[in-house]
Design a binder for this molecule. Structure first.
Ligand SMILES: Cc1ncc(COP(=O)(O)O)c(C=O)c1O
Length: 408
């Protein structure tokens, strides 16, 4: 049992007799994980849960990538690797990024990490001193505040507007910058809203960061899932951007490789060296055979990415139409990623006062799992992932209609 012993005064929490470090007590377990666990409990009891919770592709890792890992295993490539990753993979990340986005990185400016989250974590730990501020937009990916707090930094949240498609604007960012600001994080396409920052806005955001002498950390984990006329974009392609830019990328979503845990950071060599130092004293290196799989993902055909995008695109249209047909629910059209973020605030009432309470009710009454907006700093919303089959989306929409059509 965890009890708060002297917690209010010291911020410390006791687990039984064990006193944990402040670093751990000031952060939370990922709220999306909590929802997933609750949904799993219902499933274990035999409930037919429509699960809109997962933040990962429902597609399998493409076969050619899996085969590369098997081959690496058979060739006994099972030993430590260089901390920053095997040399061909560092080169492949640079080449792939150049081919996809028109950037110009060299292997000394890349490190392979244990997922994109690890790249963000190590970048923040490498640049933030106690009390330094890190700015990001709300709704935000759940891990940003906790990563910043873990690094003794101060999260500074800039709200974005639903009527503006939840887009981070350079002007807002500039207003939030203080002498203590060290990093601004931009996440496009965004989790949880699917917002995509237009290229000209990205250029303005970069200009603000550069003029103010702060780092821009661009989280590109959903780069290849953009809809309509939008094309994958990296601010790394902007002339002159490299000296003030850190890019966090990942194989997780693009290649349906969440469990393999391969991500990367692109940044000026001194930042990369600092990140490698941290990696060398924590993970040593990302898993060797997963690195060979990632090498194949980046060098091999991209057909599977195209087919996943085509499928997400159909689902996006269906779920958006279904949500917009619900009484009192509004929903900005996501331009990327695989999430929708409806506003359900018109349905909050004394018996269901918050989105968290609503998520609970939805699970209990309709067996529909969603993530409450509060987890992303955006009360009054729910996040639904459409990384699930069209058939489950149809069933989920039926259940949501039954829930929201009950008398308010
Ligand atoms: C916005 C965003 N950035 C980064 C990540 C990290 O993904 P991974 O560590 O699997 O590469 C995620 C995962 O959900 C995410 O949603």
């Amino acid at each position: 049992m965890v009890t708060a012993a002297g917690g209010a005064a010291t911020g410390r929490t006791m687990a039984g007799e064990i006193q944990l470090a402040d670093r751990v007590t000031r952060i939370n377990v990922s709220p999306t994980m909590a929802v997933l666990q609750e949904a799993e409990r219902f499933k274990a009891r035999g409930a037919d849960v429509v699960d809109f919770g997962p933040g990962e592709p429902d597609f399998p890792t493409p076969n050619h990538i899996k085969r590369a890992a098997v081959k690496a295993l058979e060739e006994n490539k099972t030993k430590y690797t260089p901390t920053a990753g095997i040399a061909p993979l560092r080169q492949a990340i640079c080449d792939w990024h150049t081919a996809q986005f028109g950037s110009a990185y060299q292997p000394a400016e890349v490190t392979v990490t244990v997922g994109g989250k690890h790249a963000i974590y190590n970048a923040v730990c490498s640049l933030v001193n106690p009390g330094d501020e890190v700015i990001f937009a709300a709704p935000y990916w759940v891990s940003y505040p906790d990563i910043v707090k873990c690094a003794d930094g101060k999260p500074v949240v800039v709200p974005t507007q639903e009527h503006d498609g939840f887009c981070l604007r350079a002007e807002q960012l500039e207003r939030a910058i203080t002498p203590r600001t060290r990093i601004a994080i931009a996440n496009s396409p965004n989790n949880p809203t699917g917002a995509v920052i237009p290229r000209d806005e990205f250029a303005k955001i970069f200009e603000v960061c550069s003029r103010k002498g702060i780092w821009l950390l661009s989280d590109e984990c959903y780069s290849h899932f953009v809809y309509g006329d939008a094309k994958p974009y990296s601010v790394g392609s902007l002339p002159g951007a490299k000296p003030r830019l850190i890019i966090a990328g990942s194989c997780s979503k693009t290649f349906a490789m969440t469990g393999w845990r391969i991500g990367y950071a692109l940044a000026p060599a001194p930042v990369i060296e600092a990140m490698i130092k941290l990696e060398s004293q924590s993970t040593s290196n990302p898993t060797s055979i997963a690195q060979y799989a990632a090498l194949e993902a980046l060098r091999g055909p991209m057909d599977s990415v195209k087919s996943m995008l085509a499928e997400y695109s159909k689902r996006r249209e269906r779920i958006l139409a279904g949500l917009r047909a619900l009484p009192g629910v509004t929903c900005a059209a996501p331009q990327g990623a695989f999430y929708v973020f409806p506003n359900i605030s018109a349905h909050l009432r004394p018996l269901i006062p918050t989105d968290t309470a609503m998520a609970k009710q939805l699970l209990e009454r309709e067996n529909v799992a969603v993530v409450p907006g509060e987890a992303f700093g955006a009360p009054g919303h729910l996040r639904l992932s459409y990384a699930t089959s069209m058939e489950r989306i149809e069933e989920g929409l039926r259940r949501l209609a039954s829930f929201f059509n009950q008398k308010m």
